[in-house]
Design a binder for this molecule. Structure first.
Ligand code: BGP
Length: 466
C-alpha cells in the first residue's frame, strides 16, 4: 500500500546546535560540558572524535537549508547553544546572536518553518562546574538565557521549545553513569530532574511574559520535547511488574506530561519517592513556578519502547530502592548498530495514550530515525548509499502515525532525526542517521542517499506535485 500523509502535516528535519554547528571556539563561544569532557578524555568518544566539529553547519547552514527545501521539507528544528548566545556574565554575545539571526533569515527566505529549541544537553561548562542542574542558581541562569533569547529572536521564530529530552541528563550523567561525570546516584538524579522541571517552568513563564510585552509573534507557541518511550511489561504481569511499570512511566513520561499539561508533578510518584527518602528538595513557592509549566504543544521523540519488569534486587549498588529491571521481550527486533529495539507500533500506542489521557494537547513526532554503522557497504555503482532499511523504518513508523491520526490522535507532524548525518555524543559519527550523507574524508561534503529521493516523493504526493 502506498503511504500518503495528510495536507498540512509538518514533514521536517530534527537536529541540534551542539551536534551540527562545530566552530566550537568561534566568535567567543563559551566552553560547553561536551567540550570539557572531550578535552578531558577524548578516547571516551568513538574514534576519538570529540564535540568540536559537528557536521560543519556553522559554515554550511545556507547549503543545508536549501537542501531541506530541495527535498520539500517544510520545517526543521535546531537548538540555540547557550554557550554561543550568552557570555559568562549572562549577557548576550552579539557575535553568537548574529549567527542565529542568519539561520532565521535563511529559513524564512526558503519558506521553511524554524522550530527553535533552547537546550539540548549542552550546559556551559562554567555552570556545570558550579554544580550544573543540582544548583538552583543554574536554574535561574537558564531563565535569564531563555528571556534573552525570546527578546532577541521573538519576531523571527514562531515555534519555541524549552528542552529536548529533559530526562536524558538525569539518566545518563547521574543515574546510569554513562556520561561524564559517570555518577550512579538515583537521589541526585531526582534532584536534577526536579530542577530541570523548574527551569522548564520558569522559561515558559518568561515566554508568556515576553508575549504580553510584545516581544513575540502573536501566534508564537511554546512546547517541550521529550523521549516519551511508551513503557511495557510482560504479557502476564505480576503486581510487582505493574508497580515497576507505574514508576517507570511516572518518572519518564507522566512527570513531563503532567507538568506540561497541568503544571503539576505526579503525586503518586512523589509519594513513593518520599517514602523511600529520594524525594527532591522543594522550596516554598515552587508549586507556583511549576504551575507555569503548561505548554501549547508537545514533541514526542520516539526510537524504542521501554520494557520493564519487577527488579530482582530491592536496592541498587548505592543502597537506593530500585523500581524496575529491564525486560527483554522474546519477540523483539533490534537495530543492532545502536542496540535499540525497533517497535513501530509504540508510536501508535503513545498516540492513543495522548488521546485518552491528554486529549486537549496536540503533539508532533519530533524525532524518529535509524542510525546505521558502516553505510559505505551499501553504495551502488554511482556511489549513492542505498539505505532501503531506513526507508522501511520510516515508512513503518509513519504508517502507525497515520493509523493513530485516523483513530483520533492529535498528531500534527513528523520530524526525522538527523536528516543530515551528524555528531552523536559519545558515539560521534559511528552510526549515521541521515537521508543525506556527510563525507568526513571529503571536507563534510553532502551527498543524497536513496532515502532522500524517497522522502521527497512522499512529500510531493502530500502536496500533489511531481
Ligand atoms: C535522541 C537525541 C538526539 C540524538 C538521537 C539519536 O535521544 O535527542 O540528540 O542523538 O537521540 O541518538 P544517538 O545520537 O545517541 O544515536
Amino acid at each position: 500500500m502506498q503511504l500518503t500523509i495528510p495536507k498540512g502535516f509538518f514533514m521536517g528535519a530534527a537536529m541540534s546546535g551542539p551536534q551540527t554547528e562545530g566552530a566550537y571556539k568561534k566568535d567567543h563561544r563559551l566552553e560547553s560540558f561536551w567540550d570539557h569532557w572531550s578535552d578531558l578524555s577524548v578516547s571516551d568518544f568513538y574514534n576519538k572524535v570529540g564535540s568540536y566539529v559537528g557536521n560543519d553547519f556553522y559554515e554550511r547552514y545556507e547549503e543545508d537549508i536549501k537542501l531541506f527545501k530541495s527535498l520539500h521539507l517544510d520545517s526543521f528544528r535546531t537548538s540555540i547553544q547557550w554557550t554561543r548566545l550568552m557570555d559568562q556574565d549572562q549577557k548576550l554575545n552579539p557575535e553568537g546572536a548574529a549567527f542565529y539571526h542568519k539561520v532565521c533569515a535563511c529559513a524564512k527566505e526558503n519558506d521553511i518553518e524554524l522550530f527553535m529549541n533552547l537546550y539540548h544537553f549542552d550546559m556551559p561548562y562554567y555552570l556545570f562546574a558550579r554544580g550544573g542542574w543540582e544548583n538552583r542558581e543554574v536554574v535561574e541562569a537558564y531563565a535569564v538565557y531563555a528571556r534573552t533569547a525570546f527578546r532577541e529572536f521573538g519576531k523571527e521564530i514562531r515555534y519555541w521549545f524549552t528542552f529536548n529530552e529533559p530526562i536524558v541528563e538525569p539518566d545518563q550523567e547521574y543515574r546510569h553513569g554513562a556520561w561524564y561525570p559517570f555518577l550512579k546516584d538515583e537521589k541526585r538524579g531526582m534532584q536534577v530532574q526536579y530542577h530541570i522541571a523548574l527551569a522548564h517552568s520558569l522559561a515558559v513563564r518568561e515566554f508568556r511574559k515576553a508575549k504580553e510585552e510584545g516581544y513575540l509573534l502573536k501566534d508564537a507557541q511554546i512546547g517541550l520535547i521529550n523521549a516519551f518511550a511508551p513503557p511495557y511489561t510482560k504479557e502476564d504481569p505480576t503486581p510487582e511488574d505493574l508497580e515497576a511499570l507505574r514508576m517507570t512511566d511516572g518518572i519518564h513520561n507522566r512527570w513531563w506530561l503532567d507538568l506540561s499539561t497541568s503544571g503539576t508533578l505526579p503525586g503518586d510518584v512523589l509519594e513513593t519517592l518520599k517514602a523511600c527518602g529520594m524525594a527532591p528538595e522543594m522550596r516554598p513557592g515552587d508549586e507556583e513556578i511549576l504551575k507555569c509549566g503548561r505548554v501549547d504543544w508537545l514533541g514526542f521523540n520516539y526510537y524504542q519502547p521501554t520494557r520493564v519488569q519487577a527488579p530482582k534486587e530491592k536496592v541498587d549498588e548505592a543502597g537506593y530502592p530500585k523500581f524496575a529491571d529491564p525486560y527483554i521481550w522474546p519477540e523483539r527486533r533490534m537495530n543492532v548498530y545502536r542496540g535499540w529495539e525497533i517497535y513501530p507500533k509504540g508510536i501508535y500506542d503513545f498516540g492513543m495514550k495522548m488521546k485518552r489521557e491528554y486529549p486537549d494537547m496536540k503533539f508532533f513526532i519530533s524525532e524518529n530515525g535509524m542510525g546505521v554503522e558502516h553505510e559505505d557497504r551499501f553504495r551502488n555503482e554511482e556511489g549513492e548509499i542505498q539505505d532501503d532499511y531506513r526507508i522501511e523504518f520510516v515508512q513503518d513508523h509513519l504508517e502507525w502515525v497515520m493509523k493513530a491520526i485516523e483513530e483520533g490522535a492529535n498528531c500534527v507532524g513528523y520530524h526525522y532525526w538527523g536528516v543530515i548525518d551528524n555528531w552523536s555524543w559519545s558515539n560521534a559519527f559511528k552510526n549515521r542517521y541521515g537521508f543525506i550523507e556527510v563525507d568526513l574524508m571529503g571536507n563534510y561534503q553532502r551527498k543524497l542517499k536513496k532515502s532522500a529521493h524517497w522522502v521527497k516523493a512522499l512529500i510531493e504526493r502530500r502536496d500533489g506535485i511531481g
